[in-house]
Design a protein around this ligand. Sequence first.
Ligand SMILES: NC(=O)c1ccc[n+]([C@@H]2O[C@H](COP(=O)([O-])OP(=O)(O)OC[C@H]3O[C@@H](n4cnc5c(N)ncnc54)[C@H](O)[C@@H]3O)[C@@H](O)[C@H]2O)c1
Length: 316
Amino acid sequence: MPGRVVVTGGAGFIGSHLVDKLLSLSYQVTVIDDFSTGKESNLNIARTYLGQFDLVDMDITDARLGEVVSEIAPGHIFHLAAQADVRKSIEDPIHDARVNLLGSINLIQAAKLSGVERIIYAASGGTLYGEPATELLPLSEENPRCPLSFYGVSKAGVIDYLVAQAALGGPGFVALALANVYGPRQDPHGEAGVVSIFAGRLAREEKCAIYGSGEQTRDFVHVSDVAEAFIASMGSGNNEVINISSGVETSVNELYSTMVNLTNCRLEPVYLDSRLGEISRSCLANKKAKAVLGWSPKTDLESGLESVIDWVKDSI
Ligand SMILES: NC(=O)c1ccc[n+]([C@@H]2O[C@H](COP(=O)([O-])OP(=O)(O)OC[C@H]3O[C@@H](n4cnc5c(N)ncnc54)[C@H](O)[C@@H]3O)[C@@H](O)[C@H]2O)c1
């Protein structure tokens, strides 16, 4: 029987897709979110599941979180609430650490007190391993952690707390190291925001900016596949990090030309100076996800991009 679960950050881009999927599988879902970047409209589908869906408007750093979680008594917590913007973390590392580290510690404590079985954590695969030698691509989970931004450091630090809490007899965990997630509902911020930025500008027939040569690569994984990986982690994996990725490197130039073909908006992009701290190549191996979770990505880039283009058209 599907049980009771909590999704922190459930009003956000990835969290809301996970919430919709959990509800369709008959789970009782409570979202904890402070709407700092999340949106009410992301929960429109969830709200149609009367009696199955609940929302707590709360900051995860709130001292009352333990009481709230104990009252819900979930079997599993999906932890996605975060300050998720690399650039903001560089401008204000204290805020980033308050939400990502202190908020997560507060949540881990709450989970322990209420006897949660497992926490499934949205780790950041794009920042976790830094920028190792390109011959190591696609990067496996064996690579040492080496985050190069404050966001990367705070997101990686949570993994150490989860390891320690599991060793101390608290809830178990799976940390999903997500590559560049894209899909409908994504705000145009962060790394993979490039897909929504391009889709929005092409829909309005505006020129797109490409930073640097455009030959930098990313590993784009569709949000519906990511939601499946979270669900697969409820019963598989054991206190470990697992990459969730397409395993395919796509350059920003290739991404742009595919989107131009799909939208039929043949504008030349504008090339600007590359941005500080941007890594040149990024690709994560996903063999472990297949072996441990029985998960592999199902959405190819072209149909995934179509889903964003359609969503953008409907929302402008
Ligand atoms: N988008 C990606 O490509 C990507 C890649 C790797 C990891 N992640 C991780 O996945 C998770 C979700 O990312 P997203 O892209 O959906 O971002 P998002 O900003 O859309 O979602 C984050 C959600 O957390 C909520 N939130 C933020 N601070 C909070 C707080 N203090 N208390 C309660 N709620 C709070 C926000 O309101 C929002 O709904 C994050 O943990 C992020 O670090 C995302």
